[in-house]
Ligand binder design. Structure first.
Ligand code: FUB
Ligand code: ZN
Length: 614
């Protein structure tokens, strides 16, 4: 199965057009400015001297590289001299300062040269991987190859040090990323030895645990080295590391038809989505080691759910589609992109969440309560830059290339995985989608192609749908026979749904979450008043769906809350009042000042007697 690349697809309307316009006009500049002010771009000049402030951090190169990758994607559809010059200048710096082997790392080149490739935790291979991705992106968009050539030289050097001479102090990266990047380098150059190197790293993970001297919480799980990937049953350790690694593993399994590795990828996916994932597609239950914990441990207020983790879950799920269309993968892409990914960026495109909690209670966060003394809470308002600022440029490149999630094809069939107002004409396939999805579930698809069939994903959340043609369902896709020039109309029924969590998710016992289509909703005190934790909702509640300035509809319903009572304790009775409740898309929380926020609301049956008396 082959993907249709984002650069061949134009997003023409709806939610994603707006998001892309903000991304390419605001986010790109804002992230650049913050990275410039914090000396990340200067670091590439490799002029820093001992004793000066702002020593280049070990992973600043990755921040800049992700920005360059996103900027290159944006240049695909937008001429921008200033952006092009910034990229060219960064490339000049990288090429001029690469050493005779092709090695480039703005930290090690000016600090501890002698410690190159001696410390597994110092992100050299991670930074290299992001530079490779940026070089491939720039080459594919502009056709200019000097950056790509420089990075090939660097990759050849890494191959020599790690695979041929084996004289690095560690065998695999502490932070995976280079594996998936080498697969991209292979695709861009046709040089098979880059794929072989990716496979080498994938196979080596977990084989040398005793030799690696791990420290405390940065243990073998954190570093994705606890055991060979093929033996793993669960998702463990640092989420972004795990997911980047498994992106590389999925690429390698596909390229080398490695069924054992593919099965490990499937187990990893199943463990995450059935037991370790938030309803938003976020992952990472604790800030300690930024990691997965145990099955069903999904706290809301202290959820870590790094933006990069939701992004990498979407990247991984999308890769699993290469093995064959199965809607369970594209469903997770959809869940992540509308919720846990886009909550990472403000509606104005300038500021970001690193952590994306499912509950905020500013009062408890900001004063010294008992909880505050033992817990660490995510921040309540987005920031423009972080000391560890991996998420902002990740959002930039992700939104710029979002169309890459739409289609793939094989000899017989074109697959439609996601629904966005768009047009494409590539690989002999011409498709347009006219839709406001997910504001509503209507989609008109026109397709001209010599393929025999077109297959539409029927979203897992959808219980009723129509297609104006005969179809056959397989693995969650409706297969329609093509006649040459087709106009196919789909309609997915999109009622508001009230969702419960598995009873083992103790945090959500007696609570429900609200979804419409793929979009998760939340309540904020800015709309509904304080004490959201006492608000309950009837599972038979009716909802109004209203257009809003938050890009997708808001929901209005009736809910219940205890009447004000001055006593600390009182006998439980029927003292509840009906209140109007406004729910907004989760991705839009914290855009209107600091506010309480709650995804999981009390379910009305919890309130004794409420149903019977007023
Ligand atoms: O270590 C580099 C980046 O910082 C990771 O990808 C993120 O998860 C954060 O740990
Ligand atoms: Zn991040």
């Amino acid at each position: 199965m082959q993907n249709i690349g984002f650069s061949d697809i134009k997003i023409t309307g709806g939610y994603w057009k707006t998001r892309q316009e903000i991304n390419s006009s605001v986010t790109i500049k804002s992230v650049y400015e913050r990275f410039r002010e914090t000396h990340r771009f200067d670091a590439l000049r490799c002029e820093w001297k001992d004793g000066e402030p702002d020593m280049p951090h070990i992973f600043w190169d990755s921040d800049v590289a992700k920005w360059m990758e996103g900027a290159a994607y944006i240049l695909n559809s937008k001429n921008d001299e200033t952006i092009a010059e910034i990229i060219e200048d960064a490339i000049d710096c990288i090429i001029e300062n690469s050493d005779e082997n092709g090695y480039f790392n703005s930290h090690y080149l000016v600090t501890e040269q002698e410690n190159r490739f001696r410390n597994r935790d110092c992100h050299e291979l991670y930074c290299a991987g992001h530079l490779f991705e940026a070089a491939v992106a720039y080459y594919e968009i502009t056709g200019k190859d000097r950056f790509l050539k420089a990075m090939c030289k660097y990759a050849d050097y890494i191959e020599k040090v790690f695979k041929t001479d084996k004289n690095a102090a560690f065998t695999t990266p502490g932070h995976p990323e280079i594996e998936l990047a080498l697969m991209k380098l292979y695709k861009a150059t046709g040089e098979k030895h880059y794929a072989d190197l990716a496979k080498y790293f994938i196979d080596e993970h977990g084989k040398h645990t005793e030799e690696q001297n791990y420290i405390e919480s940065f243990n073998e799980y954190y570093n994705q080295d606890e055991m060979p990937i093929k033996d793993r049953e669960t998702a463990e350790g640092h989420c972004v590391r795990a997911l980047y690694l498994m992106c590389g593993a999925a690429d390698v399994a596909y390229e080398y038809s490695d069924d054992e590795l593919k099965k490990a990828c499937e187990r990893f996916f199943d463990n995450i989505v059935n037991k370790r994932m938030y309803i938003t597609g976020g992952v990472g239950s604790t800030y300690i080691g930024e990691s997965f914990t145990i099955d069903y441990d999904l706290p809301n207020r202290t959820a870590y759910t790094e933006t990069c983790a939701a992004i990498s879950l979407a990247m991984f799920a999308n890769r699993m589609l290469k093995f064959g269309a199965d809607s369970k993968y594209a469903d997770i892409v959809e869940k992540a992109i509308y919720n846990g990914v886009m909550s990472g960026v403000s509606l104005d495109g300038k500021s970001f969440f690193y952590e994306n909690p499912l509950e905020i209670d500013p009062e408890f966060n900001n004063v010294n309560t008992s909880t505050k003394q033992k817990e660490r809470f995510p921040i309540t308002q987005r920031l423009e830059v972080f000391e560890c600022s991996c998420c902002p440029p990740n959002i930039l490149r992700f939104v710029a290339s979002i169309a890459g999630f739409l289609y793939s094809f094989d000899d017989e069939t074109v697959y439609v995985h996601q629904y966005m107002d768009s047009e494409t004409n590539a690989n002999g396939i011409k498709i347009t989608q006219k839709t406001e999805y997910p504001a509503n579930g209507k989609i008109i698809v026109r397709c001209e192609s010599d393929k025999k069939k077109i297959a539409f994903r029927i979203p897992g959340w959808c219980k009723a749908f129509t297609v104006n043609r005969n179809y056959v369902i397989k693995n969650g896709y409706a297969y329609v026979v093509l006649n040459g020039e087709d106009k196919i109309e789909l309609e997915f029924d999109m009622p508001v749904r009230i969702i419960a969590a598995n009873r083992r998710v103790h945090e959500n016992a007696g609570r429900v979450a609200i979804m419409r289509g793929p979009v998760v909703y939340c309540a904020e005190s800015v709309d509904n008043g304080a004490d959201l934790k006492s608000v309950s909702i009837d599972i038979n509640a009716e909802f109004e769906v209203n257009d809003s300035e938050l890009l997708l509809p808001v929901l209005k319903t009736k809910a219940y809350r205890p009447k004000e009572n001055e006593n600390l304790y009182y006998e439980a009775g029927y003292d509840y009042e009906e209140i109007p409740l406004t729910l907004i898309p989760y991705y839009a929380f914290a855009n209107r000042g600091e506010s309480e926020m709650q995804v999981w609301l009390l379910r009305k049956q919890q309130i004794r007697g409420l149903c019977n008396k007023t």
